[in-house]
Ligand binder design. Structure first.
Ligand code: CP
Length: 311
């Protein structure tokens, strides 16, 4: 693998998911692969799981890890030809080349503005590193994609499914703040690739990009959509069409035990209790969010392993 910025970078998804599940049984079997190799992780935004699980994954493979909260460094400029006489002190062209000298792999987290759709869709930060770094890039969540989370979700469903073609529903949830589309986008893409009966439910106005959802069934009736589901993935996202807006906080869309039925409850975390999902679910055995978060390590580890093998 040359990079991991989108799930399409994985050549054989089902095989990779099985490899990750095997890796989980013996996480240190490839610790020689990362000897004298360094992962630099760059955070333009907050993280708990991505930061710790990716570092753990790299260390399981014997790598050295350096983490930089980019807000502690110089303000980066991403536009070409700018007269840099305002707030930015260093251009991505130099920064990416310099960091490449310290790293064998660079991982980047950079969220969207949720103000300017066109600019967000250009993935200026991630693309800047892809264009100017001389080492492979991993996307740790960008404006429009969270492929490490999606791989985790694929692994978790594969591990826990009890029939060949489980019914999986992505269900929008209310949230007081405008949240990005990245997790939902990548989850949709992942489900489109796996052997699952997949649909999405959300209130009208919360349609994701049609380029992402393509022919995936969308049902505006949450109760109807959730009927007989095996896995329910709950996630908030802001409006895509009315870009970045919170159109409603309809508490009726919060996931309850009654609506969940017998399904397993999934969420990428962090999650707001009793806003997105009620306590009763998170505190029950139907919630698989902790196992899901554990799988972040093995999703990152299989990606790092495949990149290291290609260095
Ligand atoms: N799910 C996820 O990406 O968690 P963090 O934002 O804590 O990394």
């Amino acid at each position: 693998m040359k990079k991991y910025t989108d799930i399409k970078d994985i050549a054989n998804l089902s095989e990779t998911i099985q490899e990750a599940i095997q890796l989980k049984q013996n996480p240190f079997q490839f610790e020689y692969l990362g000897k004298h190799k360094t992962l630099v992780m760059l955070f333009f935004n907050s993280s708990l799981r991505t930061r710790l699980s990716t570092e753990k994954a790299a260390k399981n493979l014997g790598m050295q890890v350096m983490v930089l909260n980019v807000t502690d460094a110089w303000n980066l400029e991403f536009e070409d030809g700018t007269i840099m006489n305002l707030n930015t002190s260093e251009h991505i062209k130099e920064a990416a080349q310099v960091i490449s000298q310290y790293a064998d792999i660079i991982a980047v987290r950079a969220f969207p503005s949720l103000i300017n759709k066109q600019k967000d869709e250009l993935e200026i930060v991630l693309s800047g590193f892809i264009n100017y770094a001389s080492v492979p890039i991993i996307n740790m969540e960008s404006s429009m994609a969270h492929p490490l989370q999606a791989l985790t979700d694929g692994i978790t469903i594969e591990e826990l499914k009890t029939n060949k073609n489980p019914k999986v529903v992505l269900s929008w949830a209310p949230h007081p703040k405008a949240l990005p589309h990245a997790v939902a986008n990548s989850f949709v893409k992942m489900m489109q690739e796996l052997e699952v009966d997949f649909s999405i439910t959300h209130p009208e106005g919360y349609e994701l990009s049609r380029e992402i959802t393509k022919g995936t069934p969308i049902n505006y009736n949450q109760k109807e959509a959730l009927k007989d589901a095996d896995f329910v993935y709950v996630k908030n996202w802001s409006s895509y069409n009315d870009y970045g807006k919170v159109l409603n906080e309809d508490t009726n869309w919060m996931m309850t035990q009654e609506k969940l039925g017998k399904a397993k409850f999934m969420h990428c975390l962090p999650v707001r209790r009793n806003v997105v999902v009620e306590d009763a679910i998170l505190d029950s055995e139907q919630s698989i969010v902790i196992q899901q978060a554990n799988n972040r390590t093995f999703a990152a580890q299989i990606v790092l392993k495949k990149i290291l093998e290609n260095l």
